[in-house]
Write a protein that binds this ligand. Structure first.
Ligand SMILES: O=P(O)(O)OC[C@@]1(O)O[C@H](CO)[C@@H](O)[C@@H]1O
Length: 387
């Protein structure tokens, strides 16, 4: 779009975005082949997709699945281009769409129809010791001062974004503890969430497992302290390894139900009641798996965003789609980069890609000097608000 910085691409040797394709994706495909007894034709399709994405061009064929018209137009606009020349955001999104095609996720007459290729990885995190520790910490908040509890729930949802399994594909030992918050507009976030009226607060979820668990605890708090309903927006199908779908929310509630801590079981019970009563609305929308940024969201979703009390966008990919996955000067004010968004918006994100906006210039200089890879390690976080 005119007036915006150029897209982040995947062509520059040594860049993070290129490493996602050349280092992360080979591991990702190997994980899928190890996790499932795929028959030869599916294994070959996955290997062919990997080879094509490393050295080939975009074929003219529209990848199957829902919203075929959108994907037809997107494919038409990019067919014949070398993968190397594609914008990072578009290329990644298309890559995951093609994975679903390769594993026949949307093929009604395939036994693999509806089998989430990433389910084994998601299940492992739901059963893992890190989630156990998170739930212990949640239970320990019982009786905490309301301000401390509120802060703890917000920070758990923020740092929960470190647990994204796409990032962990080639960073298995990445830190899982809280790091530095580069921008903290949390007062503005609460001022909006606590505002009067019965318009919903919308939480646009990111990852399943530890992150959605923390998000659900935050949603419960928003329901308890707010004056309107909460909408939790989910992906309509698997995407970017650990992105949360409706199925993942139900699996998470089952895990919470079985927890030894009463406060955790109580959380699950309140959330189930809220869903039944319509206070918590689970929603999915095709726009969340489009290969484009939120400047081009469909009008029905834009209208929902415009009338919400606040939209909380979780995670790095939502951040990339909000401000645009572009070569922004990191000191560009957040309110400028996200100024077009149709309503009040808050981004909660740990930095796991090159993109950053709204960084104070003195802080930027220090971050760049102290830890040149600070944008990529998930150890720096952002809470940014555009009212
Ligand atoms: O949205 P999330 O889960 O926070 O992060 C998505 C992510 O894993 O995908 C991209 C690279 O594959 C990066 O933006 C980031 O590391």
């Amino acid at each position: 779009m005119p007036g915006l910085p150029p897209h982040i691409g995947i062509d520059r040797p040594g860049s993070f975005s290129r490493s996602v394709f050349h280092e992360r994706h080979p591991v990702l495909i190997a994980n899928l082949l190890g996790d499932h007894p795929y028959p030869p034709h599916i294994a070959e399709a996955l290997e062919a997709l990997l080879a094509e994405s490393l050295a080939g061009t975009v074929p003219p064929r529209t990848p199957g699945g829902p919203e075929i018209h959108t994907w037809h137009l997107e494919t038409e606009a990019h067919a014949g281009l070398p993968w190397d020349s594609l914008p990072f955001l578009w290329a990644e999104s298309y890559f995951y769409r093609r994975i679903l095609r390769a594993v026949e996720y949307h093929h009604y007459d395939s036994p693999w129809c509806g089998v989430d290729p990433f389910a084994p990885q998601k299940r492992a995190q739901l059963d893992g010791p890190e989630l156990r520790a998170d739930l212990d910490a949640y239970a320990a908040l019982e009786g905490a001062h309301p301000d401390d509890r509120r802060r703890a729930l917000l920070l758990a949802a923020l740092w929960g974004n470190q647990a994204d399994l796409g990032f962990r594909t080639d960073n298995p030992d990445a830190s899982t503890s809280a790091g530095e918050i580069v921008a903290d507009d949390s007062d503005a976030l609460w001022a909006l969430a606590d505002g009067p009226g019965d318009a919903p607060v919308i939480v646009v979820a990111d990852n399943a497992g530890r992150e959605i668990t923390a998000d659900l605890a935050l949603v419960d708090h928003l329901l308890e302290t707010g004056t309107g309903p909460v909408e939790l927006h989910l992906k309509p199908h698997p995407y970017f390894v650990s992105d949360a779908t409706g199925r993942d929310v139900l699996d998470t509630l089952d895990v919470l139900d079985r927890d030894p801590h009463e406060p955790v079981r109580g959380l699950a019970g309140r959330l189930r009641d809220a869903i039944r009563l319509g206070w918590l609305r689970l929603r999915a929308h095709g726009a969340y798996v489009h290969p484009t940024d939120y400047r081009t969201i469909p009008s029905d979703l834009a209208d929902d965003f415009a009338t919400a009390k606040l939209v909380i966008l979780k995670g790095d990919l939502n951040y990339r789609r909000l401000v645009g996955d572009r070569q922004w000067d990191p000191t560009t004010p957040f309110s400028e980069a996200a100024g077009y968004f149709p309503g009040p918006v808050a981004a909660l994100r740990t930095a796991k890609s090159d993109l950053a906006v709204g960084v104070d210039p003195a802080r930027l200089a220090k971050l760049d000097a102290d830890a040149p890879d600070w944008r990529l390690t998930g150890t720096r976080a952002f809470i940014q608000v555009k009212a």
